[in-house]
Each structure stands twice: as structure tokens, then as C-alpha cells.
Design a protein around this ligand. Structure first.
Ligand code: GTP
Length: 370
């Protein structure tokens, strides 16, 4: 079974984390997100994957190679220019030879793919769209179905009085290759605004597959943090790597944890990380590889990528730190702050409330964000 994963977007909403790293390669619990996704697909019977890349193809090749390390065949295909979601699949049409899964490359889900495939076959569907319920349908594009689950209508961000369903497109599709004859070649063309409305007109069988599987778009800072918390507290199926050294405390390789440090799971600690005396690491928290957590530092609800240096007495809460930052003594970072890579902060800085700090920023001492 083959799949195409769309990974050509710019990831603008997740900046500054995506300034140096394409969105699909940013870490999810210390593993490139796309790698986690590929392993999940492999475990559900997909053995050949085409990554539709638009820029930085070499970065993908360096991390994933030809897929053999992950036990699958992987093709990394670069578009000459952005082709949009449907246009990107059209660009790799020559590699398709049967019903094909298509995934947005920024969705975290534990959807049962074999169940979706069985549904697709049972309904002799040409396009099957996975659907997920949302609490506030006014913020999304809704998909309306008839009583046989055949797709009837697409509604883009409707007014409250026009809402007839709470189901949205969850970004996973099964598509028969013949459907791509409707996609114009060498053009920018989208599924939602282009191909799917056309399929409604042509009358080809298009069904919705509604499920309550876990589903989150990891492409926004808050959802990126939330998805880590959800994984760690067990809201979504996830196979932790590393060794569980205490109740819900996983260590990936060697780490140096001072006996007086307090570590309260769920916490994942990357290989080579050092936690010094009196530090408190409270879950749900992920520490990347080769981080240094100084004496009496307090971390709670955090995601740290690799190579961060956290000085003595620092407090970090519910925020994300990219790679290679140095945080000066007694600094305080909280409430959804997003720090890019390679920043250097002096002592006693205070950064809060969703502030975003660009890579390479240098701060002296005692700066306060408002
Ligand atoms: P933002 O800039 O933050 O909106 O991110 P994005 O462009 O990555 O996300 P969007 O939600 O618009 O895209 C959904 C999925 O389609 C993502 O996995 C993108 O990588 C992918 N995608 C969007 N446009 C293209 C494209 O032109 N080509 C390819 N290959 N993939 C695309």
C-alpha cells in the first residue's frame, strides 16, 4: 500500500520554531515528527511512501535516507514550485497505482488506517475523507454528508445559523489515482477549494469517514505544546523510546540525574542530559538530548529541544525552547513563550504570555516582556 505525505508548506504559523527546521522535521518527543509518522504508517501496513517536498529536500534526505532504516521504501520528490495540496499529488501521479493514502504532513492522529481502507472499499469510494468532530465549527471548513455518509457539501467557516454538522476535514484521504485526471498538470491546485468541489460536480463516489480518533494540527505553537502534553499524559497512543526508570519517567540513553533532583513524571529525558542538584522537573515535560539543567532550576510543562543550557534557579513553565539556547540564572519563562534556536539570555529575564523570540536573540539582564 502506498501513501503520499504533503510536506511542502512553509510552516509560517509555527515560527520561530520553523525558522531553521522544516515543520515535518521538528521534534515530537525528541523524534522528528515525520519519522514518527512514517513508523506509524509502516506499523499499519503502508510500505511505500512518497514525500511531496517543496524546499529543503536535502534536509529530508539527510534525516530519512531511502527509508530502509525505518523498514519502508521512501521517495522524496521535490516540486519545481509550490503546487498546492492536490497539485503536489498530481506531480507524483506516475508513482501511484491503486488506492493511495494522502496525508497532510502536520497532523498528529492515531486514526485506524486499515478501518478507513476497509470502509473505502466497502463503499466503492473514489475519494474518502477522514472527518473529525470539533467544538467550535465556525472556525473551520465543514463537511456535510447525506444519510449514507456520501459527501454532499463543503461549508467554509459558516455562520452559527448555517451550521448543520460539526465534522471537519481531518487531512487524511484515500484517493483512487483516476481522480487525478481532474487536476490540471503543472498548476497550483488545492483539494479543498479545487478537486473536492469538482468531484461533487462529476458525481464520483466521495465518502466521509468520521471517527473520534485523536487529531491535532501540530502547526501552531499552542497545539505543538498541547500535543506533547497529550502524548505524555496518555491521551493518544504513543510508543515511548528509551527506558522507564521511574513511574512515567523515560530516559533515552545515558543521562546524569543528581539524586537530589526531583523528577515527577510524565517526563522524557534525552540522551546525554544532565540534571543538577535540587532541580525540579515536573511533567508533562520533554528534555531534549544534551541539555544541562542547572541547580535548583524549576521546569514544568516544558518542551526543550536538544543542547539547551539552563542556569541555576531558572523557572520555565508551559513553554517551548528550540535548540542550543542559554538561559541565564534566575530567569523566568512561562505561559506559552516560544524561544527559537541559539538564543543567549543573561540573568533574571522575564518572558511570558506567548512571546516569540527569534533565533540568535541575545538579551542582557532583567528584560521583561509585556
Ligand atoms: P502555515 O504556513 O503555517 O500555514 O503552514 P503550511 O503551509 O505548512 O500548512 P497548511 O496547513 O497550509 O498545509 C497543509 C499541509 O499541506 C502541510 O503538511 C503542508 O506541508 C502541505 N502543503 C501545503 N501547500 C503545499 C504545497 O504547495 N506543496 C506541497 N508538497 N505540500 C504543501
Amino acid at each position: 500500500m502506498k501513501a503520499v505525505i504533503l510536506v511542502g508548506g512553509l510552516g509560517t504559523r509555527l515560527r520561530p520554531l520553523t525558522c531553521n527546521t522544516p515543520k515535518p522535521l521538528i521534534p515530537l518527543v525528541n523524534q522528528p515528527f515525520i519519522e514518527w509518522m512514517l513508523v506509524r504508517l509502516r506499523d499499519q501496513g503502508i510500505d511505500e511512501v512518497i514525500l511531496a517536498v517543496q524546499y529543503l529536500a536535502d534536509r529530508f534526505r539527510a534525516v530519512l535516507g531511502d527509508g530502509s532504516r525505518l523498514g519502508m521504501r521512501l521517495h522524496i520528490i521535490e516540486e519545481p514550485e509550490p503546487r498546492g495540496t492536490a497539485g503536489a499529488v498530481k506531480n507524483v501521479e506516475h508513482l501511484l497505482d491503486g488506492p493511495t493514502f494522502v496525508f497532510n504532513g502536520d497532523v498528529m492522529t492515531d486514526l485506524d488506517l486499515q478501518a478507513m481502507l476497509a470502509y473505502h472499499r466497502e463503499h466503492q469510494s473514489k475519494v474518502t475523507i477522514s472527518l473529525t468532530p470539533v467544538e467550535d465549527p465556525t472556525q473551520f471548513g465543514l463537511v456535510e454528508m447525506d444519510s449514507n455518509q456520501r459527501v454532499k457539501r463543503f461549508l467554509e467557516k459558516p455562520r452559527v445559523e448555517d451550521i448543520t454538522t460539526n465534522l471537519i476535514n481531518a487531512g487524511t484521504y484515500i484517493i483512487e489515482p483516476e481522480i487525478f485526471r481532474y487536476v490540471p498538470p503543472n498548476q497550483f491546485y488545492m483539494f479543498e477549494r479545487g478537486l473536492f468541489p469538482v468531484v461533487l460536480q462529476t458525481g464520483d463516489a466521495m465518502y466521509g469517514f468520521a471517527s473520534r480518533a485523536y487529531w491535532t494540527d501540530i502547526g501552531k505553537p499552542q497545539t505543538y505544546l498541547d500535543v506533547h502534553h497529550d502524548i505524555l499524559i496518555g491521551k493518544v497512543k504513543y510508543g515511548f523510546r528509551g527506558q522507564e526508570i521511574a513511574n512515567r519517567v523515560w530516559v533515552e540513553g545515558d543521562a546524569d540525574l543528581h539524586p537530589s533532583a526531583q523528577i515527577v513524571g510524565p517526563v522524557v529525558i534525552g540522551a546525554g542530559t544532565v540534571v543538577e542538584r535540587g532541580a525540579r522537573i515536573i511533567g508533562p515535560t520533554v528534555l531534549g538530548a544534551n541539555c544541562h539543567i542547572g541547580p535548583d532550576a524549576n521546569l514544568e510543562g516544558m518542551v526543550l529541544w536538544a543542547d539547551n543550557h539552563i542556569s541555576e534557579g531558572v523557572t520555565l513553565r508551559n513553554s517551548v525552547l528550540g535548540r542550543g539556547n542559554t538561559i541565564g540564572p534566575k530567569s523566568f519563562i512561562s505561559d506559552g513563550a516560544i524561544i527559537g534556536d541559539d538564543c543567549n539570555f543573561g540573568p533574571e529575564n522575564r518572558l511570558e504570555r506567548g512571546i516569540r523570540i527569534w533565533p540568535g536573540t541575545v538579551l542582557g539582564e532583567k528584560a521583561i516582556s509585556f
